[in-house]
Structure formats: C-alpha cells, structure tokens
Design a protein around this ligand. Structure first.
Ligand code: SF4
Length: 114
C-alpha cells in the first residue's frame, strides 16, 4: 500500500494506492485523485521548469520548460543536457531549446521572449 498526497487541487486528499489490487485508490474525493494516484504509482511524470544560458539578451538565463510532462526518471538526464544548451537572442515563447529531451520524444521550449 502506497500513501501520498494528491496534488491535483489545493484540497490535498490523502490517497492510498493498493499496488496488489489493480492500483485501487482510496481517500480521493474525486475521480481526478484516483487517476493521479494510479499514474503516480505506475509511471510518475513531471513538467520540468528551469533556465538555460542565453547570449545577447538583457539577462544571462532564459526560462524554459518541457512541452509536456516527462517521466520522473529522465529529469536528471534532461537537466544534464540543458547544461550544455546556450540560446542566442532573440528567442520567442514556444521556440525549441532542446529537441527530444533525453529521448523522451518531448521538446524543451522557451517560456519568455528574450
Ligand atoms: S482527490 Fe480530487 S478533491 Fe482530492 S486533492 Fe485530488 S483532485 Fe482535489
């Protein structure tokens, strides 16, 4: 039995996920919590937000994020890849900063015009 707090909304229900019973979720006040509990146990994912180097802009770092949630296990590899990225100004929101991050099929995109 795995216990966790649902982070889908501010209510923060205490979930229990039974891995031995088809990932049955209890403690959720709505169906979104059941889905969260199952996904968090089977394949936890996160949207990664961070910054990368940029040249020729007012600031030296540019905010970026993954286009979609990526498997939690790939976060460190994506961060390592982003360490060697250096954008050149101008960049616009939605520009790709890193393609196919850590072979997840998901791009890292710029979130600020700079
Ligand atoms: S289970 Fe539903 S009500 Fe409870 S925290 Fe999650 S989303 Fe909110």
């Amino acid at each position: 039995m795995k216990e966790m707090i649902c982070i889908v909304c501010p209510k923060g229900c205490r979930l229990k996920v039974d891995e031995n019973n088809n990932y049955n979720v209890t403690g959720n006040a709505c169906p979104r919590g059941a889905e969260y509990g199952k996904n968090e146990t089977r394949n936890p994912v996160r949207v990664l937000t961070t910054t990368v180097k940029i040249g020729g802009a007012k600031y030296r770092r540019c905010p970026v994020r993954t286009e979609h949630a990526v498997p939690k296990g790939s976060l460190m590899e994506i961060m390592q890849q982003l360490n060697s990225v250096c954008l050149i100004s101008p960049v616009a929101i939605g520009d790709i900063a890193l393609e196919n991050a850590a072979d997840t099929g998901i791009n890292v995109i710029v979130t600020k015009d700079m």
